[in-house]
Ligand binder design. Structure first.
Ligand code: NAD
Length: 276
Protein backbone atom coordinates (compact mmCIF):
# COMPACT_ATOMS: atom_id res chain seq x y z
CA UNK A 1 0.00 0.00 0.00
CA UNK A 2 1.53 3.32 -1.04
CA UNK A 3 2.17 5.87 1.71
CA UNK A 4 0.66 8.99 0.20
CA UNK A 5 0.12 11.17 3.26
CA UNK A 6 2.44 11.63 6.20
CA UNK A 7 0.04 13.23 8.68
CA UNK A 8 0.19 10.97 11.75
CA UNK A 9 2.56 8.52 10.01
CA UNK A 10 5.11 6.81 12.27
CA UNK A 11 8.60 7.13 10.85
CA UNK A 12 11.97 5.90 12.08
CA UNK A 13 15.10 7.61 10.76
CA UNK A 14 18.60 6.36 11.50
CA UNK A 15 21.43 8.86 11.15
CA UNK A 16 18.81 11.46 12.09
CA UNK A 17 21.23 13.79 13.88
CA UNK A 18 22.79 15.13 10.72
CA UNK A 19 22.79 15.56 6.95
CA UNK A 20 20.24 13.67 4.88
CA UNK A 21 18.61 11.95 7.88
CA UNK A 22 18.00 15.26 9.65
CA UNK A 23 16.67 16.85 6.44
CA UNK A 24 14.22 13.94 6.01
CA UNK A 25 13.09 14.30 9.63
CA UNK A 26 12.46 18.04 9.19
CA UNK A 27 10.52 17.47 5.98
CA UNK A 28 8.38 14.66 7.40
CA UNK A 29 7.67 16.35 10.74
CA UNK A 30 6.65 19.43 8.76
CA UNK A 31 4.02 17.22 7.09
CA UNK A 32 2.66 15.92 10.40
CA UNK A 33 4.64 12.68 10.81
CA UNK A 34 5.89 11.34 14.14
CA UNK A 35 9.65 10.94 13.91
CA UNK A 36 11.83 8.58 15.89
CA UNK A 37 15.42 9.66 15.41
CA UNK A 38 18.28 7.24 16.00
CA UNK A 39 21.94 8.20 15.95
CA UNK A 40 25.09 7.49 17.95
CA UNK A 41 25.88 11.21 18.09
CA UNK A 42 23.98 11.94 21.30
CA UNK A 43 24.61 15.70 21.34
CA UNK A 44 23.72 16.07 17.67
CA UNK A 45 20.56 14.11 18.30
CA UNK A 46 19.43 16.52 21.04
CA UNK A 47 20.10 19.54 18.82
CA UNK A 48 18.29 17.90 15.90
CA UNK A 49 15.26 17.13 18.03
CA UNK A 50 15.06 20.74 19.30
CA UNK A 51 15.47 22.18 15.81
CA UNK A 52 12.73 19.99 14.34
CA UNK A 53 10.25 20.97 17.05
CA UNK A 54 11.15 24.68 16.95
CA UNK A 55 10.38 24.76 13.25
CA UNK A 56 6.83 23.49 13.83
CA UNK A 57 5.90 24.51 17.37
CA UNK A 58 2.18 23.83 16.90
CA UNK A 59 2.58 20.26 15.63
CA UNK A 60 1.01 17.59 17.80
CA UNK A 61 3.26 14.88 16.35
CA UNK A 62 6.01 13.40 18.50
CA UNK A 63 9.76 13.67 18.06
CA UNK A 64 11.57 10.92 19.93
CA UNK A 65 15.36 10.96 19.89
CA UNK A 66 17.08 7.77 20.97
CA UNK A 67 20.88 7.43 21.17
CA UNK A 68 21.46 4.31 19.10
CA UNK A 69 24.36 2.42 17.60
CA UNK A 70 22.87 0.83 14.48
CA UNK A 71 25.50 -1.91 14.48
CA UNK A 72 23.85 -3.29 17.62
CA UNK A 73 20.81 -5.40 16.77
CA UNK A 74 19.32 -4.99 20.26
CA UNK A 75 19.55 -1.19 20.13
CA UNK A 76 17.88 -1.15 16.72
CA UNK A 77 15.08 -3.36 18.05
CA UNK A 78 14.69 -0.90 20.94
CA UNK A 79 14.10 2.08 18.60
CA UNK A 80 11.58 0.10 16.60
CA UNK A 81 9.81 -0.76 19.88
CA UNK A 82 9.76 2.96 20.81
CA UNK A 83 8.15 3.69 17.44
CA UNK A 84 5.59 0.91 17.98
CA UNK A 85 4.66 2.48 21.33
CA UNK A 86 3.30 5.54 19.46
CA UNK A 87 0.29 3.70 18.00
CA UNK A 88 1.26 0.12 17.36
CA UNK A 89 2.43 0.43 13.75
CA UNK A 90 5.38 1.64 11.68
CA UNK A 91 4.82 3.32 8.33
CA UNK A 92 8.28 4.33 7.21
CA UNK A 93 11.89 3.46 8.06
CA UNK A 94 14.69 5.51 6.48
CA UNK A 95 18.23 4.23 6.99
CA UNK A 96 20.68 7.12 6.74
CA UNK A 97 23.23 6.15 9.40
CA UNK A 98 26.46 5.84 7.50
CA UNK A 99 30.21 6.22 7.42
CA UNK A 100 32.24 7.40 4.42
CA UNK A 101 35.88 6.33 4.41
CA UNK A 102 38.22 6.28 1.45
CA UNK A 103 41.80 5.49 0.57
CA UNK A 104 43.82 3.05 -1.50
CA UNK A 105 42.86 -0.49 -0.60
CA UNK A 106 46.55 -1.16 0.24
CA UNK A 107 46.31 1.34 3.09
CA UNK A 108 42.79 0.61 4.22
CA UNK A 109 42.62 -1.43 7.41
CA UNK A 110 40.40 -4.47 7.81
CA UNK A 111 39.07 -2.90 11.00
CA UNK A 112 37.93 0.29 9.19
CA UNK A 113 36.35 -1.80 6.46
CA UNK A 114 34.50 -4.04 8.92
CA UNK A 115 33.12 -1.02 10.80
CA UNK A 116 31.95 0.68 7.60
CA UNK A 117 30.20 -2.52 6.46
CA UNK A 118 28.69 -2.91 9.91
CA UNK A 119 27.19 0.60 9.90
CA UNK A 120 26.29 1.02 6.23
CA UNK A 121 25.00 -2.48 5.53
CA UNK A 122 24.32 -4.32 8.79
CA UNK A 123 22.67 -1.18 10.24
CA UNK A 124 20.20 -1.36 7.36
CA UNK A 125 19.74 -5.11 7.74
CA UNK A 126 18.98 -4.80 11.49
CA UNK A 127 16.29 -2.17 10.75
CA UNK A 128 14.58 -4.47 8.29
CA UNK A 129 14.69 -7.46 10.63
CA UNK A 130 13.27 -5.38 13.50
CA UNK A 131 10.48 -3.56 11.60
CA UNK A 132 9.37 -6.30 9.22
CA UNK A 133 7.17 -8.37 11.59
CA UNK A 134 4.94 -5.34 12.24
CA UNK A 135 4.88 -4.30 8.58
CA UNK A 136 3.97 -7.85 7.52
CA UNK A 137 1.18 -7.99 10.08
CA UNK A 138 -0.33 -4.70 8.90
CA UNK A 139 0.35 -5.47 5.19
CA UNK A 140 1.93 -2.07 4.70
CA UNK A 141 5.06 -0.05 5.34
CA UNK A 142 7.93 1.43 3.42
CA UNK A 143 11.72 1.24 3.68
CA UNK A 144 14.12 3.82 2.26
CA UNK A 145 17.78 2.77 2.12
CA UNK A 146 20.61 5.21 1.45
CA UNK A 147 22.99 3.65 -1.01
CA UNK A 148 25.01 6.07 -3.19
CA UNK A 149 26.05 6.46 -6.82
CA UNK A 150 29.08 4.56 -5.48
CA UNK A 151 26.65 1.63 -5.23
CA UNK A 152 26.32 1.67 -9.01
CA UNK A 153 29.83 2.76 -10.03
CA UNK A 154 33.47 1.66 -9.67
CA UNK A 155 35.11 4.63 -7.89
CA UNK A 156 38.85 4.20 -7.26
CA UNK A 157 39.92 4.93 -3.66
CA UNK A 158 36.35 4.32 -2.57
CA UNK A 159 36.40 0.56 -3.11
CA UNK A 160 35.46 -0.22 0.49
CA UNK A 161 32.70 2.38 0.59
CA UNK A 162 31.42 1.20 -2.80
CA UNK A 163 31.29 -2.38 -1.49
CA UNK A 164 29.00 -1.32 1.37
CA UNK A 165 26.75 0.59 -1.02
CA UNK A 166 26.62 -2.25 -3.59
CA UNK A 167 25.65 -4.46 -0.64
CA UNK A 168 22.73 -2.14 0.17
CA UNK A 169 21.73 -2.16 -3.49
CA UNK A 170 21.86 -5.96 -3.84
CA UNK A 171 19.99 -6.43 -0.57
CA UNK A 172 17.24 -4.02 -1.59
CA UNK A 173 16.77 -5.62 -4.97
CA UNK A 174 16.41 -9.14 -3.55
CA UNK A 175 14.29 -7.85 -0.67
CA UNK A 176 11.86 -6.19 -3.10
CA UNK A 177 11.47 -9.53 -4.86
CA UNK A 178 11.01 -11.31 -1.52
CA UNK A 179 8.36 -8.78 -0.43
CA UNK A 180 6.45 -8.95 -3.72
CA UNK A 181 2.72 -8.70 -3.03
CA UNK A 182 3.24 -7.96 0.69
CA UNK A 183 2.18 -4.31 0.53
CA UNK A 184 5.64 -3.26 1.76
CA UNK A 185 7.69 -0.93 -0.45
CA UNK A 186 11.44 -0.41 -0.75
CA UNK A 187 13.09 2.69 -2.21
CA UNK A 188 16.85 2.66 -2.72
CA UNK A 189 18.52 6.06 -2.98
CA UNK A 190 21.67 6.64 -5.05
CA UNK A 191 22.83 10.24 -4.64
CA UNK A 192 26.02 11.80 -5.96
CA UNK A 193 27.91 14.11 -3.58
CA UNK A 194 25.63 15.79 -1.05
CA UNK A 195 26.67 18.79 1.05
CA UNK A 196 26.67 17.15 4.50
CA UNK A 197 29.31 16.75 7.23
CA UNK A 198 30.30 13.42 5.63
CA UNK A 199 32.03 15.03 2.66
CA UNK A 200 33.76 17.64 4.80
CA UNK A 201 35.62 15.22 7.03
CA UNK A 202 39.34 15.73 6.79
CA UNK A 203 41.31 12.84 5.31
CA UNK A 204 38.53 10.30 5.62
CA UNK A 205 37.38 10.33 2.00
CA UNK A 206 40.89 9.53 0.80
CA UNK A 207 41.82 13.25 0.44
CA UNK A 208 39.58 13.55 -2.60
CA UNK A 209 38.56 16.92 -3.97
CA UNK A 210 34.81 16.75 -3.54
CA UNK A 211 32.36 19.15 -5.09
CA UNK A 212 28.90 18.95 -3.54
CA UNK A 213 26.20 18.59 -6.19
CA UNK A 214 23.12 18.39 -3.99
CA UNK A 215 21.88 19.75 -0.68
CA UNK A 216 20.52 17.47 2.01
CA UNK A 217 17.18 19.30 1.67
CA UNK A 218 16.99 18.51 -2.06
CA UNK A 219 17.66 14.83 -1.36
CA UNK A 220 15.04 14.78 1.42
CA UNK A 221 12.45 16.37 -0.85
CA UNK A 222 13.14 13.76 -3.54
CA UNK A 223 12.93 10.96 -0.96
CA UNK A 224 9.53 12.12 0.31
CA UNK A 225 8.27 12.26 -3.29
CA UNK A 226 9.74 8.83 -4.08
CA UNK A 227 7.96 7.28 -1.07
CA UNK A 228 4.66 8.80 -2.21
CA UNK A 229 5.18 7.35 -5.68
CA UNK A 230 6.51 4.02 -4.35
CA UNK A 231 9.57 4.50 -6.53
CA UNK A 232 12.15 1.73 -6.39
CA UNK A 233 15.24 3.55 -7.64
CA UNK A 234 15.98 7.16 -6.78
CA UNK A 235 19.21 8.09 -8.55
CA UNK A 236 20.26 11.71 -8.04
CA UNK A 237 23.26 12.56 -10.22
CA UNK A 238 22.98 16.14 -11.51
CA UNK A 239 26.40 16.04 -13.15
CA UNK A 240 27.13 15.14 -16.76
CA UNK A 241 30.28 13.11 -16.06
CA UNK A 242 28.64 11.01 -13.35
CA UNK A 243 25.47 10.53 -15.42
CA UNK A 244 27.63 9.41 -18.37
CA UNK A 245 29.63 6.98 -16.22
CA UNK A 246 26.38 5.52 -14.86
CA UNK A 247 25.21 5.00 -18.42
CA UNK A 248 28.50 3.38 -19.51
CA UNK A 249 28.45 1.17 -16.41
CA UNK A 250 24.97 0.00 -17.40
CA UNK A 251 25.98 -0.67 -21.00
CA UNK A 252 29.50 -2.03 -20.57
CA UNK A 253 30.95 -2.45 -17.08
CA UNK A 254 34.44 -3.44 -18.37
CA UNK A 255 34.64 -0.21 -20.32
CA UNK A 256 33.50 1.86 -17.30
CA UNK A 257 36.17 0.27 -15.08
CA UNK A 258 38.87 0.97 -17.68
CA UNK A 259 37.78 4.58 -18.12
CA UNK A 260 37.60 5.21 -14.35
CA UNK A 261 40.97 3.51 -13.86
CA UNK A 262 42.72 5.45 -16.64
CA UNK A 263 41.35 8.78 -15.35
CA UNK A 264 42.54 7.89 -11.85
CA UNK A 265 46.07 7.05 -13.09
CA UNK A 266 46.23 10.34 -15.04
CA UNK A 267 45.23 12.22 -11.88
CA UNK A 268 47.94 10.47 -9.82
CA UNK A 269 50.55 11.43 -12.44
CA UNK A 270 49.38 15.07 -12.48
CA UNK A 271 49.65 15.25 -8.69
CA UNK A 272 53.13 13.66 -8.81
CA UNK A 273 54.27 16.20 -11.46
CA UNK A 274 52.92 19.12 -9.39
CA UNK A 275 54.90 17.85 -6.40
CA UNK A 276 58.19 17.54 -8.41
N1 NAD B 1 27.01 13.05 1.63
C1 NAD B 1 27.11 12.41 0.48
O1 NAD B 1 27.74 12.88 -0.48
C2 NAD B 1 26.39 11.09 0.28
C3 NAD B 1 26.23 10.62 -1.05
C4 NAD B 1 25.61 9.40 -1.26
C5 NAD B 1 25.14 8.67 -0.18
N2 NAD B 1 25.30 9.15 1.09
C6 NAD B 1 24.82 8.31 2.19
O2 NAD B 1 23.76 8.99 2.85
C7 NAD B 1 23.71 8.55 4.22
C8 NAD B 1 23.64 9.78 5.12
O3 NAD B 1 24.89 10.45 5.05
P1 NAD B 1 25.06 12.02 5.21
O4 NAD B 1 25.70 12.52 3.98
O5 NAD B 1 23.81 12.61 5.68
O6 NAD B 1 26.20 12.04 6.32
P2 NAD B 1 26.23 12.58 7.81
O7 NAD B 1 27.59 12.27 8.30
O8 NAD B 1 25.72 13.97 7.88
O9 NAD B 1 25.16 11.63 8.56
C9 NAD B 1 25.42 10.31 8.91
C10 NAD B 1 24.91 10.10 10.33
O10 NAD B 1 25.11 8.72 10.67
C11 NAD B 1 25.44 8.67 12.04
N3 NAD B 1 26.11 7.41 12.38
C12 NAD B 1 27.36 7.00 12.03
N4 NAD B 1 27.62 5.81 12.58
C13 NAD B 1 26.51 5.45 13.28
C14 NAD B 1 26.17 4.32 14.09
N5 NAD B 1 27.04 3.30 14.29
N6 NAD B 1 24.94 4.29 14.66
C15 NAD B 1 24.07 5.32 14.48
N7 NAD B 1 24.34 6.41 13.75
C16 NAD B 1 25.55 6.47 13.17
C17 NAD B 1 26.35 9.88 12.23
O11 NAD B 1 26.48 10.27 13.61
C18 NAD B 1 25.66 10.94 11.38
O12 NAD B 1 24.75 11.70 12.16
C19 NAD B 1 24.94 7.67 4.43
O13 NAD B 1 24.57 6.32 4.32
C20 NAD B 1 25.84 8.05 3.28
O14 NAD B 1 26.72 7.01 2.94
C21 NAD B 1 25.90 10.35 1.34
Amino acid sequence: MTLEHFDGAVTVITGGASGIGLACARALYGQGAHVVLADNNTQGLQKASQLIQQENPTSTAQVIAVPTDVTDEGQVQAIINRALDIRGGIDLVITCAGLGRGGLVDQFSAQEMALMMDVNFMGTFHCVRAALPNMRAQHSGHFVFLSSVAGKLCPPILSGYAATKWAVRGFSSALRAELYGSGIGVTTVYPAWVDTPMIHQEDTMGNMEIEALLTAEQVAEEIVKAVREDKRDLTLAPNQDIALLLQIMDDDQDKAEDLAGAAFQRRIQEIAQQQD
